[in-house]
Write a protein that binds this ligand. Structure first.
Ligand code: GLA
Length: 391
């Protein structure tokens, strides 16, 4: 059965673009179970792709143009391919419009030697923006997947994730790591992905039996571009330099403890988060392989404490949501997820009680804050794909 957003796009394509689409592309968002702010330290992350995705219905075009209509913004945008290929990145630092992500991917594909061919597409996303569920990476991966299928280029998830990251870093101007595009490009149904962000080796690990992952959206939002994200990256690079290594990934917990007293207090706390989070992430993947929900949950709780106290990227809303989730009897563990400063938290809960957990925690959060949160049980989903549509 074709999912609702995909079917809606296929039907609307006829009205908006004329004719029928020949491909339906979907690229999922992701929720990170553990391993936060470790990707740009060459460390380990453990995200899973989720069913909510960015969708594009498209048809190749004989004309050397990209014509894209965004249903969410009700905007149409058309650009000649040579202009897209040869433009130069000029990140403005302000919130980019949706088509800047498209331009960035087209530019990065061309810069990496991929052919660009024309197509017409209708676009819609199911992911809230700025919530920590990778709406921008899912848009970038959807665009890369569309260009690849139109040019007959076989899908290469790691290469395409690197291209999306280049677009995000150099075109959009956010220094984000590889986790989000890689999770969107290479997700595996039923599994989270242990990603070594240095070697880019990926190992799929199943969720513990009888558990459900719940995304808990505080509905508070952060702006990644002007946030403290780039500042945290710089602090980590500084800490690595003080240890005399290329990235904090190379520092073990034992070495950190031995040398930590020599570091300035802020540098010490930032480094402690990254070094211990890497160890927790590897331990979490091992707990998952053994099917141990309790051990995984405990590591998630420790991760939140470290992000809150040492890395200082949580927020009042996230702390409250996490505390309410952790106090619930169905919950194994909970933490903020994504860059932080607002957006979503994630909880591991007993499958049989997942809906009751969502109702209880939502009601308690609302009673405490007056805000209505969104709690969504999520299945680990397949990564990006282009589905051929029957003529
Ligand atoms: C954002 C970035 C990722 C990663 C997380 C924090 O989602 O895009 O690369 O750094 O923050 O773990």
């Amino acid at each position: 059965m074709t999912p609702t957003t995909g079917q809606r796009l296929i039907d609307r394509f006829h009205v908006e673009m004329g004719g029928w689409p020949t491909w339906l592309v979907r690229a999922p968002g992701r929720v990170n179970l553990i391993g936060e702010h470790t990707d740009y330290n060459d460390g380990f992350v453990l995200p899973m792709a989720i069913e909510q995705a960015t969708w594009i219905a498209l048809r190749p075009d004989d004309s050397p143009h990209l014509t894209l209509h965004s249903l969410d913004f009700d905007q149409r945008w058309r650009a000649p391919l040579d202009q897209l290929a040869l433009a130069s990145p000029k990140p403005s630092g302000s919130a980019p419009s949706w088509n800047e992500y498209v331009r960035g991917v087209a530019w990065a594909l061309h810069a990496e030697g991929y052919p660009l061919r024309g197509w017409r597409g209708l676009l819609s996303g199911e992911l809230p923006m700025g919530a920590g569920l990778s709406s921008s990476a899912s848009l970038e991966i959807a665009i890369a997947c569309a260009f690849a299928v139109v040019a007959g280029v076989p899908w290469a998830p790691i290469r395409m994730a690197q291209i999306a990251q280049r677009a995000e870093n150099q075109w959009v101007g956010v220094n984000s790591g590889i986790m989000d595009p890689l999770a969107s490009a290479s997700g595996r149904a039923g599994h989270a992905l242990l990603i070594d962000c240095r070697s880019l080796d990926i190992v799929a690990v199943p969720l513990p039996p009888a558990t459900t992952v719940v995304v808990m959206d505080t509905t508070t939002r952060r702006g990644l571009v002007d946030s403290a994200y780039n500042a945290r990256r710089a602090q980590c690079a500084d800490a690595a330099a003080r240890f005399g290594v290329a990235a904090l990934r190379e520092v073990s917990v034992a070495r950190f403890e031995a040398e930590a007293p020599r570091l300035a207090p802020t540098t010490r706390r930032r480094a402690r988060h990254v070094v211990t989070e890497n160890a927790r992430t590897v331990a979490a993947s091992e707990a998952m392989r053994r099917g141990e929900a309790v051990a995984l949950g405990r590591l998630m709780n420790e991760s939140h404490r470290s992000l809150r106290d040492d890395f200082e990227v949580s927020s009042e809303a996230l702390d409250r949501m996490v505390a309410l989730a952790q106090a619930d009897s169905a919950c194994y563990g909970a933490r903020m997820t994504g860059a932080g400063f607002g957006g979503c938290a994630v909880a591991l809960v007993a499958q049989a009680s997942a809906s009751a957990f969502c109702a209880r925690v939502a009601a308690r959060y609302q009673a405490a804050t007056g805000q209505t949160p969104q709690l969504i049980p999520c299945q680990p989903a397949q990564g990006a794909q282009a589905i051929a549509l029957a003529p």
